[in-house]
Design a protein around this ligand. Structure first.
Ligand code: FAD
Length: 577
């Protein structure tokens, strides 16, 4: 197991299936954990792989235009699949293709890149990897704390530094913390049973377990769950504190402590925080490839058609208004005035933007859905990268025999520092600090140089005498997603009691019970999914919207391949009062 505090591995042998030197994501073991979400355990990867495809629309509607707002991953998956069905997606984008899968190049060495949003993708995200594999993108194991791909990790808490090349190098205290967490999720949330059911894709059992837990857990915070567990109560405050700072998988999760425990359970059940890989050349390659790719199995369109060719190279501009026109179609107005009407519209921007940046006619959604949108909680997140001349961190300190700098988890300002190697003697990248919520807000008012100065100061306390600054080349790259008007936050995370809101947002694509005046506009994007903050949710909600559009236009699913909307009543999230 590769996680910082060794969360109970559902199958400790699973890492041995990783071909660390391979550039494609690993081969399956017989029954892998998938991101089969307990709220709706629908196998999107099987749906995508079915030879019959996702469905069809009536012949007379082939070529019909459908608006897709946002050229992030969700919008492009939606548009790509609509195009394959013979519809004509019209993609609108306010900024760049890729959305929160944004990769920046260092100007001094343009081949050296930094992933400003999504950067590490769990192999359990099967729908995400469907597209990664389809588009032939290369991936590589991500250097998370104590992962196989990470040569050394330093955990520095309250001024005490621990160096580890493997989890067993850490003092027994960290094993106790890991054991307390393992016991808490097993005793309080049936972790082992749930993973077993997910592994077997036993949707009925998953639902049974989850539906029992939901009413008990919906009003509980992550912290409340830990504090109430027998194991952490017995262990004491220091263990809770260290758990918050070191956490599991990718590192400290205490900035998530106020969030609903349901959000955390969805992550750990589905191994979303484990076995991460990154896309070589940057995560933005995925949306860019979707934009350029000409699928071989197209309906209606001539061979060679791609989203790029349908749009003559560029998406349309930012949307400023969505309304219903007198003929009953949906009217989309760009910020600079161009207007067009469509029988269906899919919105994939963060849903707050539907009231803050887009004038969306109120009557298009039920009032309860607006409540769900407005009450959504988004986390802040900041990242700061520098390029260095080479991966000098692998140099060995002659006194200690340790690497001079390691992947670092700390309770200082930086919280987490990642070392991203591009090969010996090649320019490399240090993600000096990746933070969420309060930790991210500390950086918001500071410019890139001020951020870097403070981050280097923190690292100097942990690594006295190591001249990191002396290796830096060119300008730093920094981002605070909450400061960007086209996002207004990094990703959603539900607070206690918000399950009801999430259920409304997620199920909205099944519109049978809505009045005619509220049909035809579909929400997608990771914030609509039950796993916000993971690209898998962007893909799967895009597929929900595709199902919604097919049905709205009078089409249906392919024979033998029921779509998400066909199975929503059977497998979908339950209603709490
Ligand atoms: P977006 O990417 O937000 O796309 C929406 C698009 O709508 C944007 O391009 C936006 O510009 C556009 N838009 C906004 N307003 C308008 C308008 N008025 N008109 C037209 N277009 C508009 N996921 C992982 O799986 N692994 C990770 O490691 C990971 N880390 C992350 C770290 C950070 C800091 C962030 C921010 C995200 C991370 N994620 C991660 C989440 C992942 O990036 C998202 O799930 C995914 O990129 C969301 O895609 P989307 O299409 O749903 O939304």
């Amino acid at each position: 197991m590769t996680t910082a505090t060794e969360l109970p591995a559902s199958d400790p042998s699973s890492t041995s299936t990783l071909r660390e030197d391979a550039s494609r994501h690993p081969e399956e073991q017989a029954e892998p954990i998938t991101m089969l979400n307990p709220d709706f355990p629908f196998s999107y990867d099987h749906y995508l792989a079915h030879p019959g495809g996702l469905g069809s629309v009536p012949d007379e509607l082939l070529g019909t235009e459908v608006a897709v707002i946002g050229a992030g991953l969700s919008g492009l998956v939606t548009a790509y699949e609509l195009m394959k069905l013979g519809l004509r997606p019209v993609v609108y984008e306010a900024d760049q293709i890729g959305g929160r899968l944004r990769t920046a190049a260092f100007p001094a060495a343009p081949g050296v890149v930094a992933d400003l949003g999504g950067m590490r993708f769990p192999v359990s995200g099967k729908a995400f990897y469907h597209y990664v594999d389809l588009l032939g993108l290369e991936t590589q194991a991500f250097p998370n704390p104590l992962a196989d791909a990470t040569s050394s990790t330093v955990i520095e808490l309250a001024g005490k530094k621990h160096y580890a090349e493997k989890p067993g190098d850490l003092p027994p205290f960290f094993r106790e913390v890991a054991d307390a967490w393992k016991a808490a999720v097993n005793d309080g949330a049936k972790f082992g049973e749930m993973q077993d059911a997910i592994r077997r894709r036993d949707a009925a059992r998953i639902k049974e377990l989850w539906n029992e837990l939901l009413p008990l857990m919906d009003e509980q915070t992550f912290y409340g769950f830990i504090a109430a567990s027998d194991s952490f109560k017995a262990a004491g405050f220091a263990h809770r504190e260290a758990f918050g700072q070191v956490g599991f998988g990718t590192g400290g999760w205490d900035t998530d402590f106020p969030n609903s425990i349901l959000e955390i359970l969805r992550v750990v059940y589905t191994d979303a925080d484990d076995q991460h890989r990154f896309i070589r050349g940057g995560a933005q390659r995925l949306p860019e490839a979707l934009w350029q790719h000409a699928p071989s199995d197209l309906v209606h369109w001539p061979a060679g058609t791609s989203l790029a060719s349908l749009h003559s190279g560029s998406p349309r501009g930012a949307v400023g208004k969505i309304s219903r026109d007198p003929g009953g179609n949906l009217r989309v107005r760009e910020r600079w005035g161009r207007e067009a009407s469509y029988p269906a519209v899919v919105t994939t921007c963060q849903s707050w933007l539907l009231s803050t940046r887009i004038h969306t006619e109120e009557a298009l959604f039920p009032a309860e859905l607006w409540t769900a949108i407005e009450r959504s909680h988004y986390m802040q997140s900041s990242k700061t990268f520098v390029m260095v001349d080479r991966p000098f961190w692998k140099d060995i300190d002659p006194e200690t025999g340790n690497e001079v700098l390691s992947m670092t988890l700390t309770d200082r300002l930086n919280r987490a520092t990642y070392l991203l190697d591009n090969g010996p003697d090649q320019p490399a990248v240090i993600l000096l600090s990746y933070t969420w919520n309060d930790d991210a807000l500390k950086w918001l008012a500071l410019d890139a140089d001020e951020r870097v100065e403070l981050m280097l100061h923190s690292l100097e306390q942990i690594y006295p005498g190591v001249d990191i600054a002396g290796h830096i080349v060119g300008q730093p790259i920094t981002v605070s997603w909450e400061a960007d008007p086209n996002f207004m936050g990094a990703f959603k995370a539900n607070l206690p009691g918000q399950y009801r809101y999430q259920q409304r947002l997620f199920t909205h694509f099944q519109q049978d019970s809505l009045p005619e005046s509220q049909r035809g506009i579909f929400l997608a994007g990771d914030d609509v999914s039950f796993t916000a903050g993971w690209a898998e949710g962007a893909v799967t909600t895009g597929l929900n919207a595709v199902w919604g559009v097919i049905n709205h236009l009078g089409g249906g699913s392919a024979e033998g391949n029921p779509g998400p909307g066909d199975l929503l009543d059977e497998l979908g999230p339950i209603s709490l009062d």
